[in-house]
Write a protein that binds this ligand. Structure first.
Ligand SMILES: *Cc1c(COP(=O)(O)O)cnc(C)c1O
Length: 433
């Protein structure tokens, strides 16, 4: 290793004695790339600084939220101001309506929105509401799509045809997952057949309308169109899980890009500006089922927390009033083209799949359209690539099956240094060193 990581290593040893696996969320443990995780001391703009004093250009952005860059001054100011007025009341505040207005303004498909504290809570609640609204039990998800650690959604099964769900995790009972039907992403025919056969038992179809959680996978327009038509025909609630894509791929998320309105939407990550806040919403007819307007129970002590709504509302206002999306697109194209060229020039077959500031370089000879094709990627090469870039001051997501993100705070120079790091890695790799 060309850089010193001793303090991170010691911190990880300590954490492992206290916390399962040393981390509070498994994606942080570097399990897919080996070695130990870097412990972060602070972050500013486009950069992460670890305990050993190394600086990295950050391509995780807290796994999505930090679209304005770390420690954005106006966002921090809003949080400090809110903290001085008290950190939680358990009573309503005006900032909850302020952020709800911003969300509904960005997503015309939503007429009402409920604030929660994590993306998991948002998808779990959306499923419950869809079931309550339709009085049906079953749900359809797609293998490779991640919707948080909700029991009924921790199923990916991953075979080509419609499969009854088998749980991915001990502790998820077959009883919970047996109502989950798993299909392949981008498989319009399977959607049609499943809804024709079982439509009257299906409450909801949930998907990432652009996938980030098997790496970046883009739906065919035909797939989304089929989903919209078939769910409508069978009275099934269509849920777009835009926890990752909302305010990321466009201000109004993937549904704005594709011009398709789902019945319900879940949001998280960017919507909280780096604090724990998420949301679910949809047509008023559906959302008015939620207690106390209706009978579907959902609640939270810290829901709509004053610090989180302050950070989230300020972030959304900054995105609305001075949209970064053209800038992010131009940087994204530069980075994507550069990484792909670096790989190809050194004989590595790769696919660069990207929407704006969200992308994945798959070490895969073929385009990735679903989980079976993603699964054929070269994980070993990815692990080398990851550490090769860490050594060169670039912090990529630590798995082949994650999207990278960058922010408005990243400069052209940061992007070019990243491309150079990749060029250096691939050339070293090609020479077998
Ligand atoms: C991150 C993510 C979630 C889960 O959100 P948490 O805040 O981690 O619970 C759900 N759905 C998608 C698409 C995500 O990317």
């Amino acid at each position: 290793m060309k850089i010193d990581l001793a303090k991170s290593q010691a911190a990880f040893e300590r954490a492992k004695r206290l916390i399962p696996g040393g981390v509070n969320s498994p994606a942080r443990a570097f399990g897919a790339v080996g070695g130990h995780p870097l412990f972060i001391d602070r972050a500013k703009g486009a950069y992460l600084f670890d305990l050993d004093g190394n600086r990295f250009i950050d391509y995780i952005g807290s796994w999505g939220p930090m679209i304005l860059g770390h420690a954005h001054e106006q966002v921090i100011e809003s949080i400090v101001d809110a903290a001085q007025r008290g950190t939680s009341y358990g009573a309503p505040t005006q900032n909850e309506s302020r952020i709800a207005e911003l969300i509904l303004g960005a997503f015309p498909s939503m007429q009402r929105v409920r604030l929660v504290s994590s993306g998991t809570e948002a998808t779990m609640s959306a499923i419950r509401v869809a079931r309550g609204f339709t009085r049906r039990d079953r749900i359809v998800k797609f293998s490779g799509c991640y919707h948080g650690h909700v029991d009924s959604l921790l199923v990916s099964a991953g075979s080509a045809a419609a499969t009854l769900g088998v749980p991915d995790s001990p502790g998820v009972t077959p009883g919970t997952s047996q109502d989950t039907i798993v299909l392949n992403y981008n498989d319009s025919q399977a959607v049609r057949e499943t809804l024709d056969q079982l439509g009257q038992h299906i409450a909801a179809v949930i998907l990432e309308p652009i996938v980030g959680n098997m790496g970046t996978v883009i739906p065919t327009p035909e797939f989304l169109k089929t989903l919209r038509e078939e769910t409508q025909r069978h009275g099934v609630v269509l849920i777009f899980d835009e926890v990752m894509t909302g305010f990321r791929v466009a201000y109004g998320g993937a549904q704005q890009i594709f011009g398709i309105e789902p019945d319900m939407t879940t949001l998280g990550k960017i919507v909280g500006g780096g604090l724990p806040l998420a949301a679910y919403g949809g047509r008023s007819e559906i959302m008015d089922q939620v207690m106390p307007a209706g009978k579907v129970y959902q609640a939270g002590t810290l829901s709509g927390n004053p610090l989180a709504t302050a950070a989230g509302a300020k972030t959304l206002e900054l995105l609305r009033d001075d949209p970064p999306y053209e800038y992010l697109e131009s940087l994204g194209k530069r980075l994507g083209d550069g990484l792909l060229a670096a790989a190809k020039e050194h004989g590595v077959s790769a696919q660069l799949q990207r929407v704006g500031s969200m992308m994945t370089l798959f070490f895969n000879p073929d385009p990735v359209v679903d989980w079976p094709s993603a699964d054929r990627s070269d994980r070993k090469l990815f692990a080398k690539y990851f550490w090769g870039l860490i050594e060169r001051g670039v912090y990529m997501p630590c798995s082949q099956f994650e999207a990278l993100f960058f922010s408005r705070a990243h400069s052209v120079e940061d992007i070019d240094r990243t491309i150079q790091a990749a060029v250096d890695f691939f050339s070293e790799h090609a020479h077998g060193r």
